[in-house]
Design a protein around this ligand. Structure first.
Ligand code: 2M8
Length: 439
């Protein structure tokens, strides 16, 4: 049964206070993974969801940044590259961390955790930390246009997306003398190339050597990152209201970033990334460009255009959202962020469709669940064959499936039965696992 299997993955990847994305490939704590994992854990163990978020924010830096990796000192250095020796960074708590960030989807995770089991003490504890996370981005990363930039492809979360090919042309490929560990467990044709890695290390080294202050040769405004930032502000408004605090500054900020995104990034039927160094839009077709659908204040006409693009270029009636449009020469159905379907990006778009087009949201959820039924909780999937790629037992795949199933039962949707003889998910079946009943 899919719900039990999802919980089994999360339990076996649990490390006492947080969850690793994958035992072998990613044996530490990752920032946006923990947010997605908390969203899933909230469905069966809100206690674990709170712990996931609080442990991550325990490694927050004094400047408010939430590092993209918090290293587990009990895991041998060298089991992941680049390790703590490379980053040379420490949080005030003493935790060894990286020095870059990831999309700020954590306010949403905190809010969903609270909704699953109301806990104002938890909200009170995490709210100032979530605010500091946003303040870091405003202070260090905001352009005159009002948009937030990322200074490394790893910060976008969609590491080797074709959207970064052009901005990366400005980056040297000189870094050498390092050993990749990802290829120990995943085949090279499903991962970034050695050239990509040389550039990642070049950029991370320059940023580290500047004391994590100066953006190097890569500085882009990514639509997914900015949408997450905007959604965080709308969510902080809800949290502030619940705590009896002033919500208005958050509402204003959410509105401002939404307008700035529409004005500067919306082009050609979807949101583009903008290269801050050249001022040019990337003119690409990443699924990141559909994620602004999660912004509650997105103008209805813009949302309609995005939905038309999702139907036409990303074929969401038939496929579990590809990470890059299949009608492009760059599309690769098996290589990492260059085309395969990823459950977190599909989940974000699904969130954005739920109120606007519940029929399409249901279809998308159905495709995602079909991929999991066929191939298990893999890291990513060929959108056409649903074959699984990357690592197995991947935490956010399990977590977000739990969330999708739980919400769908609320909509009273029926299992599709697309896989002959196999239930895609069962509605009305209840399992008592952890603190909560899974329905
Ligand atoms: C992937 O990124 C890491 C670097 O941060 C890697 O390739 O080693 C990405 O998919 C990223 O979005 C994700 O957070 C991370 C852990 O799952 O893996």
């Amino acid at each position: 049964m899919i719900l039990r299997d999802a919980v089994r993955v999360l339990v076996s990847n649990w490390d006492g206070a947080h969850t690793v994305p994958s035992r072998r490939l990613y044996p530490h704590q990752w920032s946006w993974d923990s947010a997605f994992i908390a969203i899933g854990n909230a469905r069966w163990s809100p206690r674990r969801a709170r712990s996931e978020l609080l442990s991550l924010f325990g490694a927050q830096w004094a400047d408010g940044r939430v590092p993209h990796i918090v290293f587990n000192p009990r895991v041998s250095a060298g089991s992941y590259f680049p390790d703590q020796g490379f980053w040379q960074a420490k949080a005030p708590s003493g935790a060894e961390t990286s020095g870059i960030v990831q999309p700020p989807v954590h306010a949403l995770a905190a809010w969903k955790t609270h909704l699953a089991e109301p806990d104002t003490a938890f909200l009170r504890r995490i709210y100032p930390r979530l605010v500091a996370q946003q303040e870091f981005l405003r202070r260090d990363r905001r352009s005159p246009e009002g948009l937030i930039s990322v200074v490394h492809p790893w910060e976008s979360g969609m590491d080797n997306s074709p959207a970064w090919d052009r901005p990366l042309r400005a980056v040297r490929t000189g870094a050498s003398g390092f050993t990749r560990r990802d290829l120990d467990s995943v085949s090279a044709d499903e991962r970034p190339t050695d050239r990509d890695y040389a550039q990642y290390i070049e950029l991370a080294t320059a940023y580290r050597d500047s004391g994590y202050t100066d953006p190097g040769a890569f500085e882009v405004e990514d639509p997914l990152f900015n949408a997450a930032y905007g959604l965080a502000e709308s969510t902080l408004a809800k949290i502030a209201n619940t705590l009896g605090l002033d919500a208005e500054p958050h509402e204003r900020e959410a509105e401002a970033i939404t307008l700035a995104m529409v004005e500067h990034l919306f082009d050609g039927g979807l949101f583009q990334a903008r290269d801050v160094r050249t001022g040019e839009l990337t003119d690409t077709a990443s699924a990141a460009g559909l994620t602004p659908l999660i912004l509650p204040g997105l103008p209805a006409d813009v949302a309609e255009v995005l939905i038309a693009t999702a139907l036409d270029r990303f074929q969401i009636k038939d496929l579990p959202l590809p990470s890059y449009a299949p009608d492009t020469p760059e599309f690769d159905p098996a290589r990492y962020w260059r085309g395969p379907s990823w459950i977190n990006v599909s989940w974000l778009v699904w969130q954005g469709l739920k109120d606007r087009r519940p029929d399409l949201a249901a279809t998308l959820a159905d495709s995602v669940l079909s991929a999991v039924v066929k191939s298990g909780f893999r890291e990513y999937f060929d959108p056409y064959t649903l074959r699984g790629h990357g690592c197995r037992d991947f935490s956010w795949s399990a977590a977000l499936v739990l969330d999708m199933v739980a919400e769908h039962s609320l909509h009273g949707l029926k299992p599709s039965g697309r896989e002959a003889g196999q239930k895609v998910w069962s509605i009305g079946e209840t399992h008592q696992i952890g603190d909560h009943a899974l329905t």
